[in-house]
Ligand binder design. Sequence first.
Ligand code: UT7
Length: 336
Amino acid sequence: MINNAIPLRIAGVGYSVPKAVVTNEDLTKLYDTSDEWIYTRTGIKERRMVSGDESAFELGVDAAKNALAKSDIKADDIELIIVATSAPSQLYPAMGCRIQAELGIPNNIPAFDITAACTGLIYALSIARGFIASGMYKNILIVATDNNSKLLDWSDRSCSILFGDGAGAMVVTASEDGVDDIISIDIKSDGSIGNIIEFNLAGKNCPLVEPNTEKPQFITMNGKEVYRFVARVLPEYVEQLVANAGMKNEDIDYLIPHQANLRIIQAVQERLGYSEDKVITNIERFGNTSAASIPLALVESVEQGKVKLGSTAILTGFGAGMTWGGAIVRLREGIC
Ligand code: UT7
């Protein structure tokens, strides 16, 4: 951290999910699969999918309103918008700009999108921390939103079972009481294995140069390789994150991980020696909602009384890139 860094306060966290529920049983109408196969390998029973007017944008706006309403910051006072999205409804205008317009946030502020897939929320939080620490901006809106269901190959049964749609949002601000809600934060990437989860914007070459070059555009994933990589890297990484913060595993109240696969979450849980009630999962009902998954798990577990505020949590994510990251955060009363 820079000298004289300004501390950050998490002021509000919100989420939004689409209405339509797609169960494992429903997926058996698309391909040869079963609830038993999906549930035992992933921990997923059902997920939400956008329909009608719903989209990553619409969910993002809703989550942002929700986070702002829980915070003590007004939309007019937001000075920067960062949207983490890898399955947006449009590549440009950036979702950040569209959310700015929709929320009526003054037009003299910057807004942009970042692509860090399922680690997007941690990346955005890290960027926001830098801007707040340096004094450049005070009030920042982070939105993490993905509509994966529109980018999936609905005949690929090993990939399309995993994902759902959703959005999360966080309002962060300069802390005025000297307490930093980010105890530690770290982001990483390894582009050399980027091909294990991809979404290619193939497009069409100019017909004068090369006719008929359009390729299908779907998320492709080598699930086994992703699983191997994350199961090897993540448990040790999270343990190290705690040690680097000068903390012990028992100093942390909750682990709130990206919801990609229950078996991966359990591997991290075992490494840290945490009991089940310390580890927050809602993958059973929402599947993998990419960037939205951490804020969705956080707020939903507060609503359900599983997470008590006035506590400390590890947030950790991983995804395409490959990217991964983690933050140890203070969860103040009233943020969600
Ligand atoms: O945020 C993104 C991060 N992504 C992840 O975390 C993904 C991590 N990976 C995984 O969770 C697992 O790899 C999956 C759950 C996606 C897939 O499980 P897997 O054990 O790696 O399956 P596989 O794709 O290697 O397929 C094994 C077998 C194959 O049959 P054969 O060739 O052994 O006869 C597949 O055809 O399972 C079959 N299979 C299925 N069977 C029933 C694949 N998908 C299905 C299915 N239902 N949905």
